[in-house]
Design a protein around this ligand. Structure first.
Ligand SMILES: Cc1cc2nc3c(=O)[nH]c(=O)nc-3n(C[C@H](O)[C@H](O)[C@H](O)COP(=O)(O)O)c2cc1C
Length: 326
């Protein structure tokens, strides 16, 4: 049994389930496992130290799956930006046909490089107005990320229950619902709200193939839906991260109205987060995780996870929902 939606048709995948780009997690092991299970796996470009390393990672993924997979390019405001165009040139030359983008509006310069090569652009947005503007600018799929999500939920704090149908009312191109999805109930809800599929981040971190330390996976399983902290609001760069002693300390320091980024810089260093994912020392840095931790109770393979989500979703549609029709 499979769900056929505009997403499965356009991306030529079996199930309407996408693994969102994840810094320091989106390596070939995870992307290929998701794609082999019938979803769309995504390699994260900037996890690779150079465009040449990305080329090698794409080749490694190709050796592990014959199914479609994508590459994520995330453009965040930073003092020393990476050479985005060189990464994108590598993606084009490597023959990747689907790219997930996120971040500042300048990302559209990268779309302009990719579109002539027939690359489909999935763009991550956190507001209906941004989704409409991205649609007008020519992206192919909107991935709409609610306030529940891990990562950057934007500044409007609109949860998926409102954001997804509000976007579905206006967006014409296919749409992925993102943020807070982890099981078959979520998939059915997303489809009911008007999306054509789901995008999951945190749920895929707690899988056998996610190339991160078992302690991180275990922490995701142990945390409930309250296991996140929202940080950086004062800098208009809001981020939802997993709750631990480091993110608690960030919250404490930023509660001071006079706080500046320097006060927390050393706590939130990306290098520390990356080291933590490898070492499993859960008090070394911050880690990205969403509220969906409250729905995550095991560490399955991607195949078991995706099969289970589809099986649950089918049972809900055929059993629970149709049984309610009087
Ligand atoms: C460990 C981790 C790293 C992430 N890194 C990125 C990233 O580099 N770029 C991006 O666009 N989104 C990133 N995200 C967000 C995911 O792609 C996805 O939008 C989000 O996880 C969806 O919410 P969920 O975690 O509730 O499923 C990351 C999420 C996680 C959990």
């Amino acid at each position: 049994m499979a769900f056929k939606t505009r997403i499965t048709e356009m991306l030529e995948i079996e199930h309407p389930i996408v693994q969102g780009g994840m810094m320091n997690v989106g390596y070939a092991e995870l992307a290929s496992a998701v794609s082999n299970a019938g979803g769309l796996g995504i390699i994260t470009a900037l996890t690779q130290p150079s465009p040449d390393a990305l080329r090698a990672e794409i080749e490694r993924c190709r050796a592990m799956t014959t199914k479609p997979f994508a590459v994520n390019v995330t453009m965040l405001p930073t003092i020393t930006p990476p050479d985005y165009k060189a990464y994108v040139q590598t993606i084009i030359e490597s023959g990747v046909k689907i790219v997930e983008t996120a971040g500042t509006p300048e990302i559209r310069e990268l779309w302009a490089m990719m579109k002539p090569h027939g690359i489909k652009i999935l763009h991550k947005c956190t507001a209906v107005r941004h989704a409409l503007s991205a649609e007008r600018a020519g992206c192919d799929v909107i991935s709409i990320d609610g306030f529940e999500c891990a990562g950057h939920p934007g500044e409007d704090d609109i949860t998926g229950l409102i954001l997804i149908p509000a976007a579905a009312d206006k967006v014409k191109i296919p749409m992925l619902a993102s943020g807070g999805f982890g099981d078959g109930r979520g998939l059915v809800a997303a489809l009911a709200l008007g999306a054509d599929g789901i995008n999951m981040g945190t749920r895929f971190c707690a899988t056998v193939e996610a190339p991160i330390h078992p302690n991180v996976k275990q922490r995701i399983v142990e945390n409930d839906e309250r296991g996140t902290n929202v940080i950086f609001r004062a800098f208009r760069n809001t981020a939802r991260v997993g709750k631990n002693s480091v993110s608690d300390e960030v919250v404490r320091r930023l509660a001071d109205p006079g706080a500046v980024f320097e006060d927390i810089r050393e706590l939130v260093a990306g290098s520390k987060g990356a080291e933590m994912l490898k070492s499993g020392d859960m008090d070394h840095g911050i880690f990205w995780a969403g509220m969906v931790q409250g729905l995550i109770h095991d560490i399955p393979t991607c195949q078991v996870l995706i099969d289970r989500i589809i099986g649950e979703a089918e049972a809900i549609v055929r059993g629970r929902l149709s049984g309610m029709l009087a």
